[in-house]
Write a protein that binds this ligand. Sequence first.
Ligand code: AMP
Length: 282
Amino acid sequence: MKMIRSPQRLQKILGKERLRKKTVGFVPTMGALHEGHLSLVKAADRENDITVLSIFVNPSQFGPNEDFSKYPRVLGADKRLLRKVKVDYLFCPSVPAIYPKDHATCVAVGAELAEVLCGKFRPGHFQGVATVVAKLLNIVAPSRLYLGAKDYQQATVIRRLVNDLNMNVRVRVMPTVREKDGLAMSSRNRYLNPEERRRALALSHALFELRRCLLKKKGTLASLRTQTVRKLEKAVDRVQYFEIVDPATLAPLKKIQRKMAVLTACFVGKTRLIDNVIISFP
Ligand code: AMP
């Protein structure tokens, strides 16, 4: 695994690899890696000749009162974990390398995808995500981009970005990797103390329970949603949102339909956690 900090140097190296007809799989991350990230690397390795993983804590996707400055930066531990998988290039650019002083361009995906759900509570977040992903895709120019279903709205926004800007990359969204008890793996789980870690389980349990009830049609969409939110509110400190939406458009649903996405964001202590499930009738 070769670590590269300069965007220009990585662009040059990967340009040569492409001339040799090598396919490139790209996994963008913010570091503090866990098995969820490794599952993306494994998929990239299976499907491509070369795997690139980036670690960049992107300032433009954090709001003024969010955790940018205290987001975990643990490069040594990340490198050790990456020994378990095959990464050819580890790309760790500095903030000024990605956003030089005169940087003046942003990418904004439509409000119907980017300003609902998480976007409603994190103004500018998906503009920051879309901008950095567009920049990283221009630097790496991969054949395939690997994203996690854990960040379902992010994957939806990035798919739209890639389609709308005619980017020549296949977007592969891989399943959420969970702890044995069901908690979705997240870099932010390390903020939880043991008591909060126990209560954090309520997110996945609520989603799984709702999926069971919906598949058995044990009530209307509205009544099942209300029951689930009530239960969730007893365990977590704040349910920021809990929505049942169309998986493609993210528009809220009034009635049960063949395929649905249920997404939630909750605070447990000061930590904001997100999770989702896709419900699909056979
Ligand atoms: P992050 O480092 O949190 O920005 O995440 C980088 C990538 O890893 C994103 O595409 C995430 O969706 C994905 N990811 C994060 N957690 C998981 C997980 N538990 N399972 C699968 N993918 C994940």
